[in-house]
Design a protein around this ligand. Structure first.
Ligand code: NDP
Length: 285
């Protein structure tokens, strides 16, 4: 058996189309469209490329996208002032701060200055709390993309064993909450799991396996349960180009569904940002 490939580009394009028609309806009804601002500190080639791709998606959907580039040596207070000005600007519905930020900037502190109804990435501490309680529609974009992929398989998560490898604040931890909402039984593995030699034992148990670590081929096919759904979030540069955290060829022989890298989780992540921009806009109407 060879797994079915969860093509992120196709999924992204379906979600984009449905968001586009939602924005058209909102425009007809309220005569305005969502506007988002991405604050980029300094400029490097990677950031520009990513921002360009966001801009293209926003334009397609009908969202007004502004890229605010500020100097790399900006001071914390100045950045916080900018965020506050955007909070007070009724024409701006959503704000994000592009990562990474320079060393002099405390990212979490700035994030907490973003108005909770304009917080496009769900990074404000209040939104994180609301997510724990299941009270917000703004969900961090990568976990949201992972959930879209899982749901696209049609699987009923209730009672399934979901194993997440990687427990970061932007992927593993919020994803755990989203899976719990669907009544999956969730196990979260991290460096301590590997150090204890228990990673393989947990992975073997997974009906749904999500890997977000940043180590190429950490998970091999022989560690995966037959028929598992495998979502590979990792992005690693190798001599063969960009690869994931899962050894694709061997995993494909065991899984029922698998995301490729590149072209899996990534393309849907940017669309989830736009979904959040629309949710923020609706909350402000
Ligand atoms: P972090 O470095 O913040 O977190 C990595 C996690 O993996 C940590 O929980 C760490 O544990 C754990 N870990 C490290 N080594 C091992 C190991 N040997 N066994 C088990 N767990 C281990 O990374 P991110 O969450 O930011 O990103 C993870 C990967 O996903 C990266 O490759 C990144 O590029 C990619 N990514 C892709 C996105 C997309 O849209 N496609 C978006 C975001 C990230 P501990 O904390 O205990 O050290």
């Amino acid at each position: 058996m060879s797994a079915r490939v969860l093509n992120g580009k196709i999924l992204a394009s379906k979600v984009k189309d449905s968001l586009k028609s939602e924005v058209e309806k909102l425009k007809k009804e309220f005569n305005k469209v969502p506007k988002m601002v991405n604050i980029v500190i300094g400029q490097d080639h990677g950031t520009c490329a990513y921002a360009k791709s966001q801009e293209k998606v926003a334009e397609y959907i009908g969202i007004n996208y502004e890229l605010k580039t500020i100097p790399a040596d900006v001071r914390q207070e100045k950045l916080e002032d900018l965020v506050c000005a955007l909070n007070n600007d009724a024409g701006v519905n959503g704000i994000m701060i592009h990562k990474p930020v320079p060393d002099q900037i405390n990212y979490n502190l700035v994030a907490n200055h973003i108005d909770i109804i304009k917080d496009l990435e769900g990074i404000n501490i209040a939104n994180i709390g609301k997510m724990v309680l299941g009270e917000t529609k703004i969900v961090p974009c990568t976990p949201a993309s992972i959930m879209e992929h899982i749901k696209s398989t049609g699987v009923n998560l209730r009672g399934k064993e979901a194993v997440i490898v990687g427990s970061s604040s932007i992927v593993g931890k919020p994803l755990c909450l989203l899976l719990l909402r669907e009544f999956a039984t969730v196990t979260v593995c991290h460096i301590g799991t590997s150090e204890a030699g228990k990673l393989e034992g947990h992975v073997k148990n997974a009906d749904i396996l999500i890997v977000a670590v940043g180590i190429a081929s950490l998970i091999k096919g022989d560690m995966i349960k037959k028929g598992a759904i495998v979502i590979d979030v990792g992005i690693n540069r190798s001599e063969n180009g960009i690869v994931g955290d899962v050894e694709y060829d061997s995993a494909k022989e065991k899984a029922s569904y698998i995301t490729p890298v590149p072209g899996g989780v990534g393309p849907v992540t940017v669309v989830m940002l736009m979904k959040n921009a629309i949710e923020a806009f609706k909350a402000q109407l």
